[in-house]
Design a protein around this ligand. Structure first.
Ligand code: SF4
Length: 669
């Protein structure tokens, strides 16, 4: 049945736009079907254009098994749930109940919306207007998913005021509990056959067992992780421990508000709260005026450059202030459910503060993120142990056999640069999984070329970004926009973005878009329009989050320029700790960690270029190490086999060729 679905006249020809039978897609679907039938773990790297979503959805739906699907972002979740899944369910004619479950921060909290109105503490006029819009929409929405609300800026200060956190949700004591959107979404997920979640929610729940996943997981037989290359980095964020001074201050503020409103005069709330706040502020002050954005290594008793005695005293004070708050809250806990929640929060912070006075757990690393507030972090180096023990039920030394019948599928376009996909399987604890690699069906040698300019400054040279901007400016002018410049640092993003904006200021021919100047969704909408309908073509300068998951098929994107090879930042405490662990086991951090990381990130960045069979484009990597260093060959081999442009002349000729083959013509040149 699975094979038939992928045949020329099969079900998929009715469910997908422009469906073409592809051997790679069918191969992946058959492997997924086998794993579902037999149980076990399958890891599939499916190159761009394979159509991997249908490759796992078709066999999973046809199996009739209950399944959990997790993807990397809320946008991808919406796409899967709102587009691919319903189309396929309809085409297959299956009576399947599907549900979408996001983290609580994605849903309107009816209780807090009311508080936001009655407490009148909105930060500005825009928020007052936004709240009116939210209230209007609240009358008609069934799901309460804020993604439905057109035009609500994801950075709006209103959002934390109309959504809940685990800390401030009143749970079953809430007056709005019956109509609560968070609870409705969870109830629907528990009743559905197919539940779509995201990796953040999955790991958050694995860590604190809050959103119902703990009940959901045992009842599903198929678990599929798409965009699985993000699992390790997402997982480590949730599986460690964190304490922020901001959380403690928020707690103090909430306790004062509840105390004065519900138990005025019964406790000296000002006094108790002032101790909590002072302790949180003092902890921040101990670190001094370290540059905001810094990460302080924390390998001994205190973070680097911080006085050890002052640090442990400050942590102790946070612990004690939270314990005193607990004692005060105990005396009024009968009066309102709010005090019970506050007591739980105080206990949690007291225990975390105490944890950070003890030594770091083995196999973990600690550091402090410095901003206006402090964030104390203890993170495992990877998720291997958690995957083995909490997901696959394989406890070290356990006598009972691991549970075999469940099928686990992990897939992504990029999972490593070797046949065993060790970049992915080692940190995820999946080294004994079945591995399948299916290549991209695109003809890269015909559709794409790669160019490494020889005369550009070395990446460490301070002139490097300016030279990248100059090269990009000339090429963009020739091509009429249609370019994405991906940078490895925010500093390079600023330098290149400003230089290009200056160069094309007032130009009718090219519009320069820079990450951070507009919300991501608006940037991408404009970039995708390209030079259609008389608009100028665009160049988009972006970093980090644009290296992956961005899909711009067609002429709007024909050139991707990467400023430097994307090695992990060597001074990062997590990167350092991973390197040290490899060294301790006799392995080479450079060959076994830095190069594979760069290979995967480079593949992701380059993967933005060719999105369908008719696309053509040029990848420019402004880093001479790709051709001059030995490891450059390994990185080049990780990229699809594109034609290599050897000189500036060949590069210009390739650009001119692109303008000729485009469906739109940059006639202004
Ligand atoms: S139960 Fe929690 S999330 Fe739901 S409305 Fe009440 S406070 Fe908000």
């Amino acid at each position: 049945m699975v094979r038939e679905a992928f045949a020329p006249e099969g079900v998929l020809s009715r469910a997908a736009d422009h469906f073409l039978p592809r051997q790679e897609q069918t191969d992946m679907a058959m492997a997924v079907a086998r794993t579902i039938e037999d149980g076990g773990v399958l890891v599939v790297e499916a190159g761009t254009g394979v159509g991997k979503t249908f490759s796992y959805l078709v066999p999973a739906l046809l199996s009739g098994e209950r399944m959990l699907l997790s993807t990397a972002t809320k946008t991808l979740q919406d796409q899967l749930f709102g587009r691919d899944l319903p189309r396929l369910v309809q085409a297959l004619g299956l009576p399947v109940r599907t549900a979408l479950l996001k983290g609580r921060g994605s849903y309107l909290c009816l209780h807090r919306m009311e508080l936001a109105r009655s407490e009148a503490t909105l930060p500005d006029r825009t928020s007052v207007r936004a709240l009116a819009k939210v209230e209007q929409w609240a009358q008609v929405t069934r799901t309460g998913d804020l993604a439905e609300l057109e035009g609500l800026d994801e950075r709006s200060p209103l959002i934390p005021l109309v959504t809940s956190t685990r800390d401030n949700c009143l749970g079953s004591q809430c007056p709005k509990f019956k109509a609560c959107h968070v609870n409705l979404a969870r109830r629907e997920a528990l009743a559905a056959d197919v539940v779509v979640v995201n990796h953040h929610l999955f790991f958050a729940d694995l860590a604190v067992r809050e959103s119902g996943m703990a009940e959901l997981l045992p009842s599903v037989r198929v678990v599929i992780f798409d965009e699985a290359h993000q699992l390790n980095e997402t997982g480590v964020q949730f599986l460690g421990a964190q304490l922020t001074t901001g959380q403690v201050l928020d707690f103090g503020r909430d306790m004062l508000a509840a105390g004065l409103q519900l138990a005025r005069g019964l406790v000296d709330w000002q006094l108790v709260v002032s101790k909590v706040e002072k302790a949180a502020r003092d902890l921040r002050l101990v670190v001094g005026k370290t540059w905001p954005g810094a990460k302080l290594r924390w390998t001994g008793a205190a973070p680097e450059n911080v006085d050890g005695q002052a640090w442990s005293q400050a942590l102790d004070d946070v612990h004690q202030a939270c314990e005193q708050a607990m004692a005060a809250l105990d005396t009024v806990s009968e009066l309102a459910p709010d005090f019970v929640r506050l007591h739980e929060r105080a206990a949690e912070f007291a225990s975390r503060a105490e944890r950070f006075t003890r030594a770091c757990a083995p196999g973990s690393v600690r550091w402090v993120d410095v901003g206006t507030q402090l964030r104390l972090v203890e993170s495992p180096l990877d998720i291997a142990e958690a995957v083995q023990s909490r997901m696959l039920n394989r406890k070290a030394g356990a006598e009972e056999a691991p549970e075999q019948s469940r099928a686990w599928i992990f897939t992504s376009a990029t999972l490593g640069d070797d046949p065993k996909l060790r970049w992915f399987t080692e940190p995820c604890g999946l080294t004994d999984a079945d591995i399948l690699r299916v290549g991209s069906p695109f003809d890269y040698a015909r559709q794409a070329s790669v160019y490494v300019p020889r005369h550009i400054a070395r990446p460490a040279d301070p002139a490097h970004s300016a030279q990248v901007a100059e090269l990009a400016g000339q090429a963009v002018q020739r091509l009429g926009g249609r370019t994405m410049v991906l940078t490895t640092t925010l500093r390079a993003l600023r330098t290149i973005g400003e230089a290009l904006q200056l160069r094309f200021e007032g130009s009718q021919g090219v519009e320069v878009l820079v990450q951070g100047q507009l919300p991501k969704r608006r940037l991408m909408e404009r970039f995708r329009q390209g030079d259609s309908e008389g608009r100028p073509g665009c160049v988009l300068v972006a970093s980090a989050s644009f290296w992956e998951g961005v899909d711009v098929p067609g002429d709007a994107l024909q050139m991707v320029i990467i400023d430097k090879l994307p090695f992990p930042p060597p001074g990062d405490p997590l990167v350092e700790a991973r390197s040290q662990r490899l060294e301790a086991s006799g392995r080479s951090p450079f060959n076994d960690y830095f190069v594979p990381e760069a290979a995967v990130a480079l593949k992701q960045g380059a993967g933005r270029l060719i999105r369908r069979e008719s696309d053509c484009g040029i990848l420019v990597v402004c880093d001479t190490r790709l051709t001059s260093m030995g490891y450059g060959r390994r990185l080049m081999a990780a990229l699809p086999a594109m034609r290599q442009l050897q000189s500036e002349d060949e590069f210009r000729a390739a650009l001119d060729e692109l303008t000729r083959t485009s469906t739109t013509d940059p006639s202004w040149t």
